[in-house]
Design a protein around this ligand. Structure first.
Ligand code: HEM
Ligand code: HEM
Length: 344
């Protein structure tokens, strides 16, 4: 087939457009896991969805680039990586859209997990592909015309996202009722129907002891978990990065009550550690909104949901809600001095 007569620059711009959208989708995808409050999460996932769907708009142009590449060269240095990139990106977009629309799981694995894994793989292959075919930036890339084109792409991407979103609402699809984070409702007010999920490096322990250590003001106090039900309640949404959420009434003891009478460092933090070694560090200033829960919806926690005691951290994503808490420790350091997501 003869090479399609397309100006070389057009292909370069298509590739740069793809690169920009992929970087935006990757960045907002990771950010989507960090935000739990309604408005910021809605904004982040909207930009994420628009960037991901916007890639489709560049499909026709990229097809020309691919055809020209195949016609001109006997084969690229990395055609396998390029086609694997195409396949993984397709999987990423399809699982993203189907998760958003349905919240479905396949064989017990949430489509969102497949989506995130495929997205990370896409990122790795993109590095191989883009480094092998570097596209130099030119002065004309910031010309009025180029900026108008970029603006057109942004408007088109936003319109596509709006059309998908409108379609989900009009058809009454489950996705029309999902939270701003993209999570679907599972088991609100009914803990037995709430999925049991934990960070992928963590697992439900065989059964721990029921003693909680509180380390504060240079003293260690050991408390029986059974005595932690002091009747403090909070209604809060547990929103898991696995793609589901549930609103429950949690009962136990507020952390500021537990620490009352202890000398606390200004600007300090709280390390909350599980029997499994899993841990998160939270600002001490949040203590009045944090709860150590022993009960959910009026019933004792199940093992899968963190018995005998778990942290409830309203407004934060599920990976902050440490389960099977064994130790709470007041520390001097800032809360942000930790990996943004758990590594242990
Ligand atoms: C959306 C993600 C992308 C996919 C799925 C993709 C896929 C492909 C495929 C399948 C080819 C043809 C390979 C062959 O000859 O068989 C190709 C060519 C090419 N790609 Fe991409 N690509 C993507 C993004 C990018 C980006 C971000 C850049 C650079 C910043 C880029 C630069 C190039 C170049 C320069 C060629 C042509 C090379 C030549 O003419 O020899 N691509 N791409
Ligand atoms: C190459 C990278 C990625 C692309 C192209 C991509 C694309 C998409 C698309 C097209 C959707 C569906 C949006 C909709 O229908 O409204 C989506 C949803 C989603 N993606 Fe990604 N994604 C990528 C990586 C990631 C990563 C790395 C994460 C998390 C760490 C992530 C988290 C999410 C979440 C939470 C949703 C649901 C958002 C919602 O329902 O509104 N994505 N993604």
């Amino acid at each position: 087939m003869p090479a399609v007569p397309l100006p070389r620059r057009a292909g370069r711009r298509t590739n740069l457009g793809l690169l920009a959208l992929l970087l935006l989708a990757g960045g907002t995808g990771v950010l989507a896991f960090g935000v739990g409050t309604p408005l910021p999460s809605r904004l982040v996932t909207a930009v994420h969805g628009a960037a991901g769907l916007g890639l489709l708009l560049l499909g026709p142009w990229k097809t020309v680039v691919v055809r020209r590449s195949r016609a001109r060269t006997a084969g690229r240095r990395d055609p396998v990586a390029a086609w694997a990139l195409a396949a993984l990106l397709a999987l990423t977009v399809v699982t993203g859209v189907v998760h958003s629309a349905t919240g479905a799981t396949v064989g017990g694995v949430g489509l969102l997990q497949v989506h995130v894994a495929a997205g990370v793989g896409t990122g790795a292959l993109l590095v191989v592909h883009a480094v092998g075919s570097r596209q130099r930036l030119r002065r004309t890339d910031v010309s009025r015309r180029a900026l108008l084109r970029a603006g057109g792409l942004a408007v088109g991407a936003a319109a596509l996202w709006g059309a998908v979103e409108g379609g989900l609402r009009l058809t009454g699809a489950p996705g029309g009722r999902r939270r701003g984070t993209g999570s679907h409702e599972r088991g609100s007010g009914e803990p037995a129907a709430m999925p049991v999920t934990q960070w992928f490096t963590d697992a439900v322990p065989d059964g721990g002891d029921d003693v909680l250590e509180v380390v504060a003001g240079g003293r260690t106090t050991r408390l029986r978990a059974a005595g932690l039900d002091r009747g403090d309640t909070v209604t809060a949404v547990l929103d898991c990065t696995g793609g589901w959420y549930a609103e429950q009434e949690w009962r136990g003891v507020r952390l500021d009550r537990l620490l009352a009478g202890t000398r606390l460092p200004e600007g300090g933090s709280l390390d909350v550690v599980s029997v499994t070694g899993y841990r998160r560090r939270l600002p001490l200033a949040d203590a009045s909104s944090l709860l150590l829960a022993t009960h959910c919806a009026g019933r004792p926690l199940s093992a899968g949901h963190g018995a005998p005691v778990r942290l409830v951290a309203p407004g934060r994503r599920g990976f902050w809600w440490v389960k099977w808490v064994r130790r709470v420790e007041v520390v001097d350091g800032p809360w942000w001095l930790q990996p943004p997501v758990p590594l242990q």
